[in-house]
Design a protein around this ligand. Structure first.
Ligand code: NAD
Ligand code: IPM
Ligand code: MN
Length: 359
């Protein structure tokens, strides 16, 4: 059966990086992947065209798709929009919420070739392979009440950090199951010394643990986790945490791999539908210059093949092609170092495609 893929380039570097990832997707089609690919607008690009960051036509196409590939959204052009609901970021959050994409997998893997591109000592990151499991449709990002209002003559801003037991349990299960397939160690990250919501989080994780006797569960406060990630990151196998902590820790983990331009992600719902996107943003500072690193987006296509399309062989072929290109010394500016060949976004796309075809 032909499956549907929706590509949402978005803003800033989004169109440049998704263009390279789309070429790899097209190569997969040429190698027998039976998919139909369509494009639509999201974020600032959609706001400019339709006055909404997530137009109904895009949401309808997203609902109908088996998998979505998203570039990035946002940028200074739209930061001054007073109505928060019109901001590009709301387009992304709306997709996650409407499609129920609660499980965000962010693998931080340091390619051996890039160990020296990290800001940490190579021996600390060589061989690093962490899976961060971030809850994506709850927590403080979506809690009610929220707003800015006048109280006692001054404005106050407020958000609500809330998780139900069932929300914690379902993300916990995803994390335990992933840990079972990997190094069998799960670290749950919370702030249970201060916040009730994470006291409950810890309790639910403990409650699940006996069902996964082969997984060793540990708990860590988020401040310590941030510190441990840069002190000794290889102590971690799978980490599970809430929406905001996961957002922050995954950017920190990205740097361990050499650049945020290397970190792909999968956001899955209960029926296996997935949205795939790099963890980074629209990088307005380098947009339009053909210098952004497209590898996180290309590796997101590999995750799509693995997690939604059931094509692990093609996924591996993409990952191997990326490894080959790095072996050959090609680097975009963000991961470049002495002795390497610094290439553009499209050159990197060309090289990965050639390595993919040659495999
Ligand atoms: P960012 O990730 O866009 O950029 C942070 C830094 O990393 C910048 O210096 C940028 O040049 C660099 N960078 C990011 N991706 C890169 C790549 N592929 N190759 C090379 N360098 C790269 O984060 P920011 O500057 O905080 O946010 C910019 C905009 O992106 C904001 O509007 C923000 O809301 C949005 N954003 C969107 C997403 C998303 O769509 N998933 C994620 C994060 C931020
Ligand atoms: C991410 C981004 C988003 C988030 C923003 C753009 C809404 O930072 O995907 O990591 O905070 O989840
Ligand atoms: Mn983020």
């Amino acid at each position: 059966m032909t499956r549907k893929i929706l590509v949402l380039p978005g803003d800033g570097i989004g169109p440049e990086i998704t263009a390279q990832a789309s070429r790899i997707l097209a190569a997969c089609q040429a190698h027998g992947l039976d998919v139909e690919v369509e494009e639509a607008l999201v974020g600032g690009a959609a706001y400019d065209e339709h006055g909404e960051p997530l137009p109904a036509v895009t949401l309808d196409k997203a609902r109908a798709a088996d998998a979505i590939l998203l570039g990035a959204v946002g940028g200074p052009k739209w930061d001054k929009l007073e109505d928060l609901a019109k901001r590009p970021e709301k387009g992304l959050l709306g997709l996650r919420k409407n499609l129920g994409l609660f499980a965000n997998l962010r693998p931080a893997i340091t390619y051996p070739q890039l160990a020296s591109a990290s800001s940490l000592k190579p021996e600390l990151v060589a061989g690093l392979d962490i899976m961060i499991v971030r809850e994506l449709t709850g927590g403080i990002y979506f809690g009610q009440p929220r707003g800015i209002e006048v109280r006692d003559g001054q404005r106050v801003g407020f958000n609500t950090y809330v998780y139900s037991e069932s929300e914690i349990e379902r993300i916990g299960r995803v994390a335990f199951e992933l840990a079972q397939k990997r190094g069998k160690r799960l670290c749950s990250v919370d702030k249970a010394n201060v916040l009730e919501v994470t006291i409950l989080w810890r309790e639910v994780m403990e409650h699940l643990a006996p069902e996964y006797p082969d997984v060793e569960l540990s708990h860590m406060y988020v401040d310590n986790a941030a510190m441990q990630l840069v002190r000794a990151p290889k102590q971690f196998d799978v980490m599970v945490t809430g929406n905001m902590f996961g957002d922050i820790l995954s950017d920190a983990a990205a740097m361990l791999t050499g650049s945020i331009g290397m970190l792909p992600s999968a956001s899955l719902n209960e029926s296996g539908q997935g949205m795939y996107e790099p963890c980074h943003g629209s990088a307005p500072d380098i947009a339009g210059k053909n210098v952004a690193n497209p590898l996180a987006t290309i590796l997101s296509v590999a995750m799509m093949l693995r997690y939604t399309l059931g094509e692990p062989t093609l996924a591996q072929r993409i990952e191997d092609a990326v490894g080959k290109v790095l072996d050959d010394g090609l680097r975009t500016a963000d991961i470049s170092s002495e002795g390497m060949r610094t290439v553009s976004t499209s050159d990197m796309g060309d090289a990965v495609l050639a390595a993919f075809e040659a495999a």
